[in-house]
Ligand binder design. Structure first.
Ligand SMILES: [Zn+2]
Length: 459
């Protein structure tokens, strides 16, 4: 609970939490899930998942990703919009929800995609239809025909591109999002700074230090700074995804002190690893923005403790084993992570890196509030969804690619033994995972943000 741990029974009825009761008061229940020795958290939420479905299901699909989520203690995922075709119009929303419902092992929400001025008329409609947020792949171009992300502008002729959104276009997107009471979330790395740094390298990116020089912290911070100013100018709620650098966190903290509605997310890989781990992990460590230095990692931890960062997501971004087993420069960025998100943070909690209520904030309550899913999700309040994650404090978790549930499991944590273990995952009163076994069928549901009552209600 937000007030700290409490020894109690939790009574579920018809998929909802009925009461928090004194221990053993409710022993006449039809079904009992034993939680002795566990901390019981409000069901964990992963707000940053790319299941690649539809379109690139050789990499991953919704069934595999949501089974991996359940096995990792996640009760709700928020699906990023860059499948093929992407979720860039309101008309697409119901199709996409129906497509996923058949395979959803956990509950899910859907992100909408911003293409800058290209689909700006869709932004209010997407928000009204029920996306959890609008995602801006800031600095990225899209193939006009397929709407696939284009990483290298030289690969394709300009008239076949939706070019990267300019700052002016992002201002207009902010206005549209603010007017609809939505949330704009961005990948923050300035393309032109990256291009200048890459020119300075005068050659291919052959080792990890080259990658860090090509995508420096100032590329991230410059983009965060522009986002902060556009939020200040428009009143748009602005969320910085996958924060990786000390400089960006400092900017975010300062903007929050000024009362701006700006928030941030980080990911387990930035909290676990540094560039030094490249020696061991090799090109598998290639993720954008890059995993940086120990000083960045320490700043991210302190931001979680201070409540500057209130949400941690996996950025689950699978590629095939063949795609990831090539040299650094030609490898696609991104790694699997939905199944290890909670175990990695639980391990950190048991090693004293964060308190249980901080863990509940960044994996449950803080994330649910950010996406306006609270208190239906992210709380243990009576009358809300009976979603809980049972964490066994005495057990351990051995991360092993051979037992992960993703289609192409290649984990950064493979071979590590983590303290603590997810004993059970319960969604709307149904046990979907317990003691190493997935249970039942795909009966996840779509979740949508509650309507905007007033601008300040969810601050
Ligand atoms: Zn992502």
């Amino acid at each position: 609970l937000p007030t700290g741990p409490l020894e109690a029974d939790i009574v579920f009825r018809d998929g909802l939490i009925e009461a928090i009761a004194a221990p053993d008061e409710s022993s006449q229940a039809d079904e009992v899930v034993e939680a002795q020795g566990c901390l019981v958290f409000p069901g964990f939420i992963d707000p940053h998942v790319h299941t690649r479905d539809p379109g690139q299901t050789e990499k991953e699909d919704f069934a595999h990703a949501t089974r991996a989520a359940a096995a990792g203690g996640i009760t709700t995922i928020l699906e990023m919009p860059n499948a093929l075709p992407p979720l860039d119009t309101a008309e697409m929303f119901n199709d996409r929800a129906a497509h996923h419902l058949a395979n959803a092992f956990v509950d899910f929400g859907l992100w909408g995609l911003s293409l800058g001025s290209e689909n700006i008329s869709q932004i209010p409609k997407l928000i009204a239809t029920g996306v959890v947020g609008i995602k801006l792949f800031w600095g990225y171009a899209f193939d006009r025909a397929t709407k696939r992300l284009v990483y290298n502008l030289d690969d394709i002729s300009p008239d076949e591109l939706v070019p990267p959104a300019t700052n002016g276009e992002v201002l207009e997107v902010c206005r549209a999002v603010a007017a609809s009471g939505g949330l704009l979330a961005a990948h923050c790395e300035d393309r032109t700074i990256i291009e200048a740094c890459q020119r300075g390298l005068a050659g291919a990116i052959s080792d990890y230090e080259d990658l860090l020089l090509a995508r420096p912290p100032e590329a991230e911070a410059a983009s965060v700074a522009v986002g902060v100013e556009l939020s200040r100018a428009t009143g748009c709620r602005f969320h910085v995804l996958h924060m990786s650098s000390l400089e960006s966190v400092d900017l975010l903290a300062k903007a929050q002190q000024q009362g701006l509605q700006v928030t941030g997310e980080t990911c387990p890989h930035y909290l676990s690893f540094t560039a030094d781990d490249y020696a061991q992990l090799g090109a598998l460590l290639k993720i954008y923005p890059p995993v940086r230095r120990a000083r960045d990692r320490e700043r991210l931890w302190s931001a979680i403790e201070a409540g500057v960062i209130t949400s941690v997501g996996s950025d689950h971004a699978p590629h095939t084993l063949a795609e990831k087993r090539v040299p650094l420069h030609s490898q696609p960025a991104g790694a699997v992570g939905v199944e290890t998100l909670a175990p990695v943070l639980v391990d950190a909690m048991l090693k004293g890196r964060l308190q249980p209520h901080h863990l509940a904030r960044v994996l449950s309550e803080g994330t649910a509030r950010l996406y306006r899913l609270y208190p239906q999700k992210g709380s243990l309040l009576p009358g809300t969804d009976a979603d809980v994650t049972l964490v066994d404090l005495a057990a351990t978790t051995v991360v092993d690619n051979a037992t992960l549930h993703s289609k192409n499991p290649l984990s950064l944590w493979h071979g590590l033994t983590l303290a603590g273990s997810v004993r059970a995952t319960v969604i709307r009163g149904r046990v979907v995972y317990q003691d190493g076994e997935l249970k039942g069928s795909a009966s996840g549901r779509l979740v949508q943000p509650h309507p905007v009552a007033s601008r300040t209600n969810d601050a």
